[in-house]
Design a protein around this ligand. Structure first.
Ligand code: UTP
Length: 323
């Protein structure tokens, strides 16, 4: 699964050389931890979210991560540095497995930083990455490090859709009608043609956090984008939206209005939102249960915690039965 830096570079395809990872947000939903620890460094079991994203980018065949960091969050980049002293110490003690964990992030992919001076929104953060792109890059991938889209591989499908239809390609996830109010919701129609093995739709528009009755579908945006370079021009022309922030979805909406083709790949897998404790905890349980080392003990421990909780709160069982 894990590509080395060299393998990724050989495998670079579909024009995705660079993956932009916006990581300059304030992480307010994760306070107090994020007073001093960037949320992108919080671990899922033992691996920071940003390293999971680096792994996904390397699997896609990208050559480098452009990580958008805040002035006070530069330590995110340290994670991709070299730790020669630590590694040597571990190797001297016969701890090869741990030494491999130390070097992995650095070996996966080249990571460079661009600074977003103040948190003016996701759209603004993506815009900050433009000067880091090469002139011949006509598309860029964006992966949000607090959004795990599983199993890994949806961006490969998005690359295929761009090869077929051009323009920009987003990733959609199906939720229940009661959940749409939390998300950017897609208004879609059938795509011009089918692509084997990919559920693809053409996007007519997007509605940000609609009421259930006003939602055009139950397909919502996830943190994976394959954007035509034209997005930077659109980002330069939008006004601040919700919360005074420059929203990436507003730029995409503008592009759709101007006739730029936008499609979505409907992802039928799993998703974990690492951006708040309510999503982060289940992600850790999910990864923890599947972890060779911790899974076997975690399973009975969780069962015990659940049994104790159910004895104290029998109403949860009734609620569960009601669905
Ligand atoms: P979020 O809205 O999930 O991150 O943005 P946040 O702003 O840190 O979260 P809260 O609401 O305060 O808890 C999605 C991604 O975009 C980045 C974030 O770091 C996150 O990875 N982002 C957001 C930026 O890089 N710059 C911004 O101005 C806003």
């Amino acid at each position: 699964m894990r590509n080395s830096k060299e393998e990724s570079q050989q495998a670079a395809h579909g024009g995705v050389r660079t993956v932009v990872v916006p990581a300059a947000g304030m992480g307010t939903r994760f306070l107090p931890a994020t007073k001093t620890v960037p949320k992108e460094l919080l671990p899922v079991v033992d691996t920071p979210g940003i390293e999971l994203i680096a792994e996904e980018a390397a699997d896609l065949g990208a050559e480098r991560l452009v990580i958008v960091v805040a002035p006070q969050k530069q330590e995110i980049m340290d994670h991709f540095g070299e730790f020669n002293v630590l590694q040597e110490r571990l190797l001297n003690r016969g701890k090869e497995e741990q030494a491999e964990k130390v070097s992995r992030a650095n070996e996966l992919i080249d990571a460079v930083a661009v600074t977003q001076e103040s948190p003016l929104g996701l759209g603004h953060a993506v815009g900050c990455a433009e000067p880091a792109l090469d002139a011949e890059e006509d598309a860029v991938a964006v992966m949000l490090p607090d959004d795990l889209v599983l199993p890994i591989g949806v961006m490969d499908k998005m690359v295929r859709v761009r090869e077929e239809f051009g323009g920009s390609v987003l990733c959609a996830f199906n939720v229940t009608p009661d959940e749409v109010y939390n998300y950017g919701v897609f208004d879609v129609e059938d795509a011009e043609r089918d692509i084997e093995g990919v559920e693809v739709k053409k996007v007519r528009g997007m509605v940000e956090k609609p009421a259930k009755e006003e939602a055009p579908s139950t397909l919502v945006a996830t943190g994976r984008y394959l954007l035509d370079r034209a997005v930077f021009d659109a980002l330069g022309r939008i006004e601040p939206g919700k919360g005074g922030e420059l929203q990436l979805t507003d730029a995409i909406e503008l592009m759709i209005q101007e006739g730029h083709p936008v499609h979505v790949v409907v992802h039928r897998g799993k998703r974990h939102d690492l951006g708040n404790p309510g999503g982060y905890i289940p992600a850790n349980v999910d990864f923890g249960l599947r972890d060779e080392k911790y899974g076997p003990a975690l399973y009975p421990a969780l069962k015990e915690i659940l049994a104790e909780f159910e004895a104290e709160h029998p109403e949860v069982l009734e609620r569960g039965q009601q669905g």
